[in-house]
Design a protein around this ligand. Structure first.
Ligand code: ADE
Ligand code: ZN
Length: 344
């Protein structure tokens, strides 16, 4: 929300909706100001003179353009305190947008490849999650994402490193460069993760073809699809996703910034809902894409004329599509229903 503009009734409605964020890369919530502060704290040199120059570099033509800058930025994260500060800044910001539960992805390989211990990363994140619960009553959980441009053996090594923390990790995910790295490449490591009791999600159909979405369903047996936009090119696949109640974690501002869509008024969110898909709205990498979750709701509401009932449905999908236990989903669903009764 641009600070200088007055909040409209619709803004209040969007922010007040109890909602879950299901697609958020914690490294993608690293705001330029914090990046510079951590660079100073850790004596890391950044290739930009200041925050303005860094922000000016956030002009992406595709996913890879973004990933190159995103991985470079993560180099300032070195200590558990850094990961704690990063995650707590995100939780504070998300709480202000009405997020009551957040399922955050982290990319351990981005850090272990630089010599940062797995324990350093996860201990900082877990302490921030406890602080968010104490400060905001916000629940959260961790999705450990494998980088798909690396090998499946690398992913197996990461799963082995995660062993002591598996009871504090809810799911595995699959992210990074999609094209040329189909889901089938990771079938065995996902089977192992599922065998260890973890849920499974994967980015699919962001840049990759519909076959990558079916591949995520068949080879990875995912519980959710991250993005899924290109599934719309295959009507049989859309029917399959709708019939199975598969949740899609859609990220409108990300789609715009990474040129998955040419303009927000071309966003397919309403087509997804009309096709019976369980779409949710999320921020992906908010520090890089120009907005947090409420900005994403607001952007599609304005561009696609979504009604309050549509927005409430999206928030409801985020609660029922979360990995929370049934009693917490029921409690949050009741809060959502009460809010909609008063304000819908
Ligand atoms: N890593 C961080 N954001 C991502 C995205 N939108 N797609 C794939 N990998 C990512
Ligand atoms: Zn993502």
């Amino acid at each position: 929300m641009p600070g200088q503009m007055a909040m409209t009734d619709l803004d209040h409605f969007i922010i007040g909706l109890p909602k879950a964020e299901l697609h958020l890369h914690i490294e993608g919530s690293l705001e330029p100001e914090l990046m510079f502060a951590l660079a100073r704290r850790n004596g890391v040199a950044l290739p930009y003179p200041d925050v303005e120059a860094l922000r000016a570099a956030y002009a992406f033509s595709n996913l890879q353009d973004f990933l190159d800058i995103y991985y470079a930025g993560a180099a300032v994260l070195r200590t558990s305190a850094d990961f704690h500060d990063l995650a707590l800044a995100y939780f504070d910001r998300a709480a202000a947008d009405g997020v009551v539960h957040a399922e955050i992805m982290f990319d351990p390989q981005t850090h272990t490849a630089r010599g940062i211990a797995f324990a350093t990363v996860i201990e900082g994140l877990l302490s921030a999650m406890a602080a968010a619960q104490a400060r905001h009553g916000m629940t959260s959980c961790l999705i450990m994402s494998f980088l798909r441009h690396l090998t499946e053996d690398d992913a197996f090594a990461t799963l082995a490193e995660a062993q002591p923390w598996l009871d504090r990790i809810t799911a595995v995910g699959l992210d990074s460069s999609e094209l040329g790295h189909p889901p089938e490449k990771f079938a065995r490591v996902f089977a192992a993760a599922r065998g260890a009791g973890l849920k499974c999600v994967a980015h699919a159909g962001e840049e990759g073809p519909p076959a990558y979405v079916s591949g995520a369903l068949d080879a990875l047996r995912v519980d959710r699809i991250d993005h899924g936009n290109r599934a719309l090119e295959d009507s049989a696949l859309v029917e399959r996703l709708a019939a199975s109640g598969m949740v899609l974690t859609v990220c409108p501002l990300s789609n715009l910034r990474l040129c998955v869509i040419s303009a927000m008024d071309r966003h397919p969110i309403d087509r997804m809902l009309a096709a019976g898909l369980r779409a949710t709205v999320n921020s992906d990498d908010p520090a890089y894409f120009g907005g947090y979750i409420a900005d994403n709701y607001r952007a599609v509401a304005a561009a696609r004329g979504l009604s309050r009932a549509d927005l409430a449905q999206i928030a409801r999908n985020s609660l029922t599509g979360s990995f929370l236990p049934a009693d917490r989903i029921a409690e949050l669903g009741a809060r959502l229903d009460a809010f909609v009764l008063r304000h819908g």
